[in-house]
Design a protein. Structure first.
Ligand code: SF4
Ligand code: SF4
Lengths: 225, 114
């Protein structure tokens, strides 16, 4: 899923400091699962902001809504009747949400309430870790199922750098060296040979380096199948 | 046993403090309460295993939020006592009321009072 962290209350409050009536809109997708932008978090943010503004003697009206997804126009369209009743709108979806909203409702201002960070998953309750960098040409089968693009600080393709030490990456002591894990796994499986061949230069054009990407499924473009 | 506790306190009963939500605490502050405290069972004695531990985590979350907003985190507190400790209940009530009185009224103007 896409993982995000909520922006600080102070940062969010500063965005809407001149507004009197706002909407906070959450999303039932990834951000609900990573506990940052679902109904609960929307309600908590609304209450916290109301407390802050009452304290300043400058109360704010806040309505809330949680869309099925903010990355699909059919759901974004659900707020069409009320969206312009507000001075501003805060989206707690990943960065895709406020953009879809801005594209559909050109006269409204949408603020991102979260910092979108990575594609990953929960490794324990309350902890999420990066697993994929969306490089567009998945090759993890060559690395024991572990991704050196997303999980090696240098995205190395041909083995660890000299900074790998006792399984820990030189970038910081809380980061495992994924190359240590890859090599270990292949050794245990008796498949170390697989790593010996030099991997050619990766074609980064399928990643962000080739500019914004688009995914087209012709048969769907033509209509439902 | 007849014990009196300060009339400033409004008691809201819940089946287990695990039922107390972050939003209940925030909404109380938002509506102008000068302080809120959760009185849960002794740690290790929750009938639902860890309702009181969850309540403490939620209280701590709200304390953090209040701190971020420049409001005294002591306005929200968690206490643990057993249902057999009536005297302790009254004592906690007095302690909390004194603490809040020392802090003074909440900086949030109650929407009801306004
Ligand atoms: S190889 Fe690319 S697509 Fe596959 S997990 Fe790594 S970053 Fe993601
Ligand atoms: S120590 Fe390991 S994970 Fe860190 S940069 Fe080097 S090879 Fe990559």
């Amino acid at each position: 899923m896409i993982v995000a962290d909520r922006k600080s209350l102070q940062e969010i409050l500063a965005m809407v400091k001149d507004d009197k009536k706002i909407l906070i809109v959450g999303c039932k997708g990834c951000v609900t699962v990573c506990n940052v932008g679902g109904l609960k978090e929307v309600e908590i943010l609304a209450s916290s902001m109301k407390i802050a503004r009452k304290k300043e003697g400058n109360p704010i009206d806040i309505d809330i809504n949680v869309l099925e997804r903010q990355c699909d126009n059919e759901y974004v369209a659900e707020i069409s009747e009320s969206v312009n009743d507000y001075d501003a709108v805060i989206s707690l979806a990943c960065g895709v949400g406020p953009q879809f909203l801005s594209e559909m409702y050109k006269d409204q201002t949408f603020y991102p309430g979260v910092n979108t960070t990575f594609f990953g998953g929960a490794t324990q309750h309350g902890v999420w870790e990066e697993r994929c960098a969306g490089c567009g040409t998945c090759a993890i089968h060559n690395f024991g199922g572990l991704c050196p693009i997303a999980r090696c600080a240098k995205s190395l393709m041909n083995g660890p750098c000299g900074g790998s030490s006792n399984g820990v990456c030189e970038i910081n002591k809380d980061t495992d060296c994924i190359w240590d894990a890859i090599v270990r796994k292949k050794m245990e499986a008796g498949e170390l040979e697989d790593l010996m061949g030099v991997k050619g230069i990766k074609d980064w054009r399928t990643a962000r380096h080739g500019g914004p990407r688009r995914s087209i499924r012709e048969e769907l473009v033509q209509g439902n199948i | 046993m007849r014990l009196s506790y300060p009339a400033d306190i409004k008691v809201i009963q819940v089946p287990c403090t695990g039922r107390v939500d972050i939003l209940h605490l925030l909404n109380a502050i938002e509506d102008g309460a000068d302080g809120v405290y959760v009185a849960g069972c002794l740690e290790g004695e929750c009938h639902y295993i860890e309702g009181n531990l969850k309540a403490r985590r939620k209280v701590n979350y709200v304390k953090k939020t209040l701190t971020e907003l420049g409001i005294e985190p002591e306005r929200v507190e968690m206490y643990n006592l057993s249902s057999a400790q009536g005297a302790r209940f009254a004592e906690i009530a007095i302690e909390m009321v004194e603490k809040i009185k020392a802090l003074g009224p909440s900086p949030i103007k109650s929407s009801h009072a306004a």
